[in-house]
Design a protein around this ligand. Structure first.
Ligand code: SF4
Length: 350
């Protein structure tokens, strides 16, 4: 692992130049020692990721986006997690693979990419052929993606904002919409669209890109515009996951912003737009359920305890969480997904 990357750090688009080896922290809030909030088999990703045996999630502490409404706020904003050596990180990954994980799912790895890359190199050197997943916020530096692409099989980016003003309010960079589209273009160029495309999850995905969008309360126009931009840029076969599971977080309460779940009417409007735009490969969640416990609790050994199937790496205790690891800065969370698929799947805009 090249710790030099943590000096004058430019791993994410903030390019803040923090000398993390000297103890400085950038927006991501992290130093040069890798920290991990949770590792475990996750069954709440979209079916091609979770499959039948689960996705091997590694949740890195901190985040370079740090949206105030992050559904994983304990990790991204509050920074919970433990320091792990490269050797310990490797052993956690091996545990996940030995437990049957279909893939290794790096959740928000940008700011710890040197550690993630070293892990990928070691696993590949010993013959591991499990897909490696880059599960991110959509806010990625082009140089980092060029570096990650040779190691990564599946990209799972959010596209959160088409509205620059909303992006500035939420995470402090009005350039997010353009940065996210450029990042997505690079990911698709590297790995194409998600394949095989099996919405049932019986045949887990091996490579490609699946885009996530979390609908925010009161921000339907942002969602509609984001979908339009995706349709314009990448065509109707872009694999999409449109999520309704937003829940207010402590940061929302403090700001008095996004203090309610998405309404059924709002989500219906977004779903209708997905259909009107002709997207063919889409995971859609059910209507928002006011009482559904979507927010994970990373203070627990089993963060997704409200859901029946996830398992921590070091325990067989059941948890079920029909939610993705990073629901837009909730990093994945897909409940009751329904695939809309006409059986045709293409790599790029026809
Ligand atoms: S990863 Fe962190 S330290 Fe590095 S450029 Fe981004 S915010 Fe700054």
């Amino acid at each position: 692992m090249d710790a030099a990357d943590y000096a004058d750090c430019r791993l994410c688009p903030r390019a803040c130049g923090a000398d993390r080896r000297a103890g400085q922290h950038g927006v991501c809030g992290e130093g040069a020692e890798c920290r991990v909030a949770h590792t475990g088999l996750h069954f709440g990703e979209e079916p091609p990721l979770s499959g039948t045996r689960g996705s091997g999630t590694i949740f890195f502490s901190g985040c370079s986006s740090r949206c105030f409404f992050c559904q994983n706020h304990q990790i991204s904003v509050e920074g919970i997690g433990d320091t792990v050596s490269p050797e310990a990180l490797y052993h956690r990954a091996r545990q996940l693979l030995d437990a049957g994980a279909h893939n290794l799912n790096f959740v928000t790895p940008d700011h710890f990419w040197p550690h993630a890359e070293a892990l990928a190199r070691r696993l590949r050197a010993e013959g591991c052929d499990a897909p490696l997943v880059f599960n991110g916020s959509g806010y990625h530096a082009p140089a980092l993606l060029r570096r990650a692409a040779p190691w990564i099989d599946i990209f799972l980016p959010d596209v959160k904002f088409a509205d620059g003003a909303l992006a500035r309010e939420a995470m402090g960079d009005a350039n997010y919409p353009e940065i996210a589209l450029a990042a997505l273009d690079a990911m698709i160029e590297a790995r194409g669209f998600l394949e095989p495309w099996d919405p049932s999850g019986r045949t887990p995905a091996r490579q490609g890109v699946l885009v996530r969008h979390l609908v925010l309360p009161g921000e339907v126009p942002n969602s509609l515009r984001a979908l339009e931009r995706l349709r314009e840029a990448f065509g109707p076969y872009l694999p999409l996951s449109v999520m309704s599971q937003f829940r207010p977080t402590p940061g929302c309460v403090r700001r008095g912003r996004f203090t309610r779940p998405v309404s059924a009417g709002e989500y219906t409007a977004v779903r209708e737009h997905v259909r009107a735009l002709g997207f063919r490969n889409v995971f859609i969640q059910g209507a928002p359920e006011a009482d559904a416990p979507y927010l994970p609790d990373f203070a627990r050994a089993v963060p997704f305890a409200a859901h029946a199937q996830d398992r921590a790496t070091d325990t067989s205790s059941p948890e079920a969480f029909p939610s993705s690891s990073r629901p837009s800065s909730s990093r994945s969370t897909t409940t009751a997904t329904t695939a809309v698929d006409d059986g045709t799947h293409r790599r790029r805009n026809p």
